[in-house]
Design a protein around this ligand. Structure first.
Ligand code: CA
Ligand code: CA
Length: 610
């Protein structure tokens, strides 16, 4: 993100960006999605636009801009106009964001499948779907975005991307200047940088989604991302694409590569197939590849605060170890390689504790990851599952005790990617592979984090995360942690908040918009994301991409170079302490993000299972 990277874009190349925006503004705008104009009223009923499982909690939120507005009751009507349930009491829930008065409309009692609307005081919601298969195919929809982010061969363009330019080793004491073949993987967001940290997390979560919910995924694409099945679930095709790149980025046991490209990427708003970035070897020339060095990094003025290698090594070891387990049946040779590389990467993390952050160049922005014990916990637990080595289980427990709760949980703010990944899959893996006492610990650790967030969630929408950049990732990770906790413990204490977070991402938010491009089809979702590909080739190219999401007004107003390029269709709803803009110019709230999208795959796969 993007956001930070987009800021770098602004810092390094604002004149070019303005020219690009002006040029792109000449392109025809996509048609107004249905219902967008009706969002301009003084009040609206917000619902989950994808739908609800029959047994799910179902709470719509009526958001009124007038503090004196009163809505005593509501009902749910069928398509024919007759009443399915109601009238029921509308629960006053105070003010939140732009909603000077908000009401919770709980229709959980309605369990019959069908399509409805929630109505109150002359207001009607968008169509509401209750269905056992409401989430069928949703996780696969996200994979479409991952495929079009691919580097080396890109199935959207049916062409090579950065195939011959990746990359030249930099910031290495003895081998700088050496070409190392590392083409592959995924572009991080609307820019084309690539990171092991985000790519390894994305790969791991997709593997975990298939491991736990294989029935959620279809086989409609080949390994190269082009249409046509290949006998392998498409989520495994995508995870293998990730693993292939991660192996390239770890070519030797003592050469741990971390990053491909840097913020000089942001100089020209090109399509990926003709990226003309100039890293000192000519426009469109080779891209630099950075190793983890264990020291602060940055070649052109700005430096990060790296202290070790374990944050990256742990993520690599985790993805390799789980990949080895899951792919053994279909590719034993690859599974052997992954097992060996997992052990080697874990050893690097043991030898070099600390974080390996991304490297800035001409702008002061980077992924400021400060925790690494979460990554080593997951690595140790996953390797224990692979090898049954008792010392690994002890190590996983020790790492877990050092950070029981992901530190953003319960806080108002955090630095960019300071606590990453946003939820710690290590506790879940410790629960899966550990003994009874380890299982109790893992459950307790998750519960403490969920309590910290829900203590802040006493509002109409039931959300308690901080609205820093990439708030949608925090929302998704909160819901995922709540799901994992519920599965591990059987305790449903946080189930309502889990549902509220999911609902927020898919439309039960002040703007009434799904935060995933094109999901569901035909409903309000980002149509003008911060993406050069979308501006030039149409928003449908970004289908399945999760955007950053709303941020605190204070963050948005402190940004430089943000300039909306169209009138704000959400202006009436951008009057509170958080804002969201469906606008190409807002890189802080509306940029699709690769790892955030992959992070959502697990949750949607779980929902597809019903
Ligand atoms: Ca496939
Ligand atoms: Ca970490």
């Amino acid at each position: 993100m993007r956001r930070a990277l987009a800021v770098r874009r602004g810092l390094t190349a604002r004149p070019g960006a303005i020219a690009a925006v002006a040029l792109l503004a000449l392109a025809a705008s996509p048609p107004d999605p249905q219902g967008r104009a009706s969002l301009q009223g003084a009040a609206a009923i917000r619902v989950n636009l994808v739908g609800y499982l029959p047994g799910a909690r179902k709470v719509a939120v009526l958001c009124a801009l007038d503090a004196d507005a009163t809505y005593a009751t509501f009902a749910v009507t069928r398509a024919a106009g007759d009443t399915a349930i109601g009238s029921l009491p509308a629960e006053p829930a105070g003010a939140y964001g732009p909603c000077a008065a908000a009401f919770r409309l709980d229709f959980s009692a309605l369990r019959q499948e069908g399509t409805y609307r929630v109505v109150s005081g002359g207001l009607a919601s968008p169509p509401v779907r209750i269905a056992r298969d409401a989430w069928r195919g949703a996780a696969d929809t996200l994979l479409a975005y991952l495929r079009q982010q691919r580097s080396r061969f890109n199935p959207l363009f049916r062409d090579s991307v950065h195939q011959r330019t990746d990359g030249i080793l930099v910031d290495h004491p003895t081998r700088a200047g050496e070409f190392i073949p590392v083409a592959g993987g995924w572009a991080d967001a609307a820019d084309y940088l690539q990171y092991v940290a985000t790519s390894a997390h994305a790969t791991y979560t997709m593997l975990m989604a298939w491991e736990d919910h294989p029935g959620a995924f279809a086989d409609r694409y080949r390994a190269d991302g082009l249409p046509g099945g290949n006998g392998l679930a498409d989520v495994l095709d995508e995870a293998r694409w990730g693993l292939d790149w991660l192996l390239r980025m770890y070519p030797e046991d003592d050469l741990l590569l971390n990053q491909l490209g840097d913020d000089r990427d942001h100089a020209f708003p090109d399509l990926p197939i003709n990226d003309s970035s100039d890293y000192g070897w000519g426009r469109g020339g080779p891209r630099p590849v950075y190793p983890c060095t264990g020291e602060p990094q940055g070649l052109l003025g700005f430096r990060n605060r790296s202290t070790g290698k374990a944050s990256t090594a742990g993520k690599l070891a985790s993805a390799f170890a789980l990949g080895s387990i899951l792919l053994r049946e279909t590719d034993a040779a690859l599974a052997d390689t992954l097992a060996r590389k997992a052990q080697a990467a874990y050893a690097v993390g043991r030898a070099h504790p600390g974080v390996c952050q991304t490297a800035p160049a001409r702008a002061p922005y980077f992924y400021e990851e400060e925790n690494w014990v979460d990554d080593m916990e997951l690595a140790a637990a996953q390797l224990h599952e692979l090898t049954s080595e008792p010392a690994l289980l002890r190590a996983a427990r020790d790492y877990a005790a050092r950070e029981p709760v992901s530190p953003w949980m319960g806080k108002d703010t955090a630095r960019h990617y300071e606590w990453y990944p946003w939820h710690n899959n290590g506790h879940y893996r410790l629960w899966r592979t550990g003994d009874a006492s380890a299982r109790r610990l893992a459950i307790d650790y998750y519960r403490r984090g969920l309590e910290a967030v829900t203590a802040r969630a006493g509002n109409a929408f039931g959300v308690g995360i901080p609205f820093i950049w990439c708030s949608n990732n925090l929302m998704v990770s909160f819901a995922t942690q709540a799901f994992l906790y519920r599965r591990m413990s059987g305790d449903t204490t946080f189930a309502a908040f889990e549902a509220a977070a999911l609902d927020w991402v898919f439309g039960t938010n002040p703007w009434g918009v799904s935060m995933v491009v094109g999901l569901p089809a035909g409903a309000a979702s980002p149509r003008d994301p911060h993406s050069v590909v979308a501006r030039r080739l149409g928003v449908q190219t970004q289908t399945g991409g999760l955007v950053d999401g709303p941020v605190y007004r204070s963050i948005f107003e402190s940004l430089q170079w943000v300039e909306l390029v169209e009138p704000d269709e959400f202006e009436p709803w951008n009057t509170g302490f958080i804002v969201y803009h469906d606008d190409y110019g807002d890189y802080s709230t509306n940029e699709p993000i690769m790892d955030g999208t992959a992070n959502l795959v697990y949750l949607l796969a779980a929902l597809a299972a019903g």
